[in-house]
Design a protein around this ligand. Structure first.
Ligand SMILES: Nc1ncnc2c1ncn2[C@@H]1O[C@H](COP(=O)(O)OP(=O)(O)OP(=O)(O)O)[C@@H](O)[C@H]1O
Length: 420
């Protein structure tokens, strides 16, 4: 075992790999809650490669922050620095005002008061559920009666009653995951670190567990720093999203804001706006910005960065397949007589907390030719192309046939505009 691993708190040590776990814990957001984790301009290099290029963020007590980003963007590296499993090359990390990591010094992981739940749960396979959960408490030399009471409470909380004598291999994936959470919360860490905690579960269980985890952490007021590559998991759990790209922060804001105004083309794509059409910016007579694309003129929301582009500049439209509407769907959504005309859609989908979005401005009308369609249970998904052959995915309520031309409307607030 490496010197690094030897410094790791045994209660969070990874039994299978011998590698130290990462840390995390957090709960619900309150803007006025005390600052718990303060990461200041942290950098990390592996040889010549800059894995983190100056990352700064804060996490409040009781807050859940989900870190989202493509593979290799530095999510796990950030978590490891907070856990104490790696050392930053620059900047500093403070926990409750105490500096726990900088280039010149490190508080050892076991002294940080952070626990971690791993992708593969890292349960001790030869220990019963009870022993797994009790392990950290025994390390703390708690007396047997107190340990039994605490484990009992955790078993109740995670709905593991009756399973305490089983070994991990005798449990389902969801049960193992709950044992890992029970083990992590029983020692009442200041901060819980979750590294892709649901990635080994099937889809149904993932959906259940992400909601259960969010409810549990909020009820207990646990602070959580949570890494995932799954936007739905991040939306289900987070008070704030941290979107990372190439070792830097792309966006750090509420889930609603990130969803409605992704700060970059990459963030938009990560959050489901997979369709991309290029074009030229135009100003609308009544104010507002539109992009002239090959599929049509599309009024939209400029999401940055920087100043709004000028007419004539090249731009890019990003949108989610599910945001395209037919005339009939528009009428249903808006509930206003005038919205039967798709060219006058009100921005009815604007959700609370987002910056004001154009309302009652003309919506874009896009025309595509269907190439291929598949039935998805409640909807049809098709691959389509513009006149010039640019491709897009569409989702619609009725079937389409290859070769058919379809005209759909894209609400202004769903048309995300960026510089090319
Ligand atoms: N020990 C290491 N030595 C060299 N390079 C490393 C090391 N650990 C990570 N890296 C590199 O640093 C970058 C960031 O890695 P990291 O594991 O933080 O990414 P990630 O966002 O968590 O990715 P994933 O979602 O695939 O787990 C990657 O390019 C990775 O290859």
């Amino acid at each position: 075992m490496s010197a690094l691993n030897e410094t790791i708190n045994s209660e969070i040590r990874h039994p299978a790999s011998g590698e130290a776990p990462k840390s995390s814990n957090a709960g619900k957001l309150a803007a006025t809650a005390p600052l718990l984790l303060d990461i200041r301009d942290v950098t990390k290099r592996y040889g010549k490669f800059h894995a983190l290029k100056g990352v700064s963020l804060d996490l409040r007590e009781g807050e859940i922050i989900s870190v989202l980003g493509p593979s290799g963007c530095g999510k796990s590296t950030l978590l490891q620095l907070v856990a104490g499993l790696a050392k930053p090359d620059g900047g500093e990390i403070l926990l409750s005002g105490q500096r726990i990591a900088s280039a010149s010094g490190m508080v050892p992981p076991e002294k940080r008061g952070v626990n971690m739940v791993f992708q593969d749960y890292a349960l001790w396979p030869h220990m019963s559920v009870f022993e797994n959960i009790a392990y950290g408490l025994k390390q703390k030399k708690m007396d047997r009666a107190a340990i039994a009471a605490k484990v009992e409470e955790a078993l109740d909380l995670l709905r593991l009653n009756g399973l305490q004598d089983r070994l991990p291999p005798q449990l389902s994936g969801g049960q193992q995951q709950r044992v890992a959470i029970a083990r992590a919360i029983v020692t009442e860490p200041r901060l819980m670190l979750l590294d892709e905690p649901l990635s080994n579960l099937d889809m149904r269980l993932r959906i259940e567990m992400r909601t259960e985890m969010a409810v549990l952490f909020r009820r207990l007021g646990i602070s959580v720093f949570h890494v995932t590559h799954d936007p739905e998991e991040a939306f289900a759990m987070a008070d704030r999203l941290l979107i990372m790209r190439e070792g830097a922060i792309d966006q750090f804001a509420s889930p609603e804001e990130c969803f409605q105004r992704p700060a970059s083309r990459e963030a938009a794509s990560l959050l489901g706006a997979i369709n991309r059409l290029e074009g030229i910016f135009e100003s609308l007579p009544g104010g507002g910005l539109a992009l002239r694309t090959d599929a049509g003129l599309v009024p939209g929301v400029f999401c940055g960065p920087g100043e709004a582009p000028r007419p004539g500049e090249r731009g890019e439209l990003r949108f989610r397949p599910e945001e395209l509407k037919t005339e009939a769907e528009l009428a249903l959504i808006s509930g206003h007589a005038h919205s039967l005309n798709p060219n006058h859609l009100e921005a009815v989908n604007a959700s609370a907390g987002a910056a004001p979005i154009h309302s009652s401005v003309p919506a874009g009308t896009l025309t595509f030719r269907i190439l291929h369609g598949t039935f998805e249970g409640t909807r049809w998904r098709s691959l389509a192309e513009t006149q010039a052959g640019d491709r897009a995915y569409l989702l619609h309520a009725s079937p389409v046939t290859p070769g058919q031309e379809v005209t759909l409307t894209l609400p202004t607030q769903a048309a995300l505009l960026y510089r090319a």
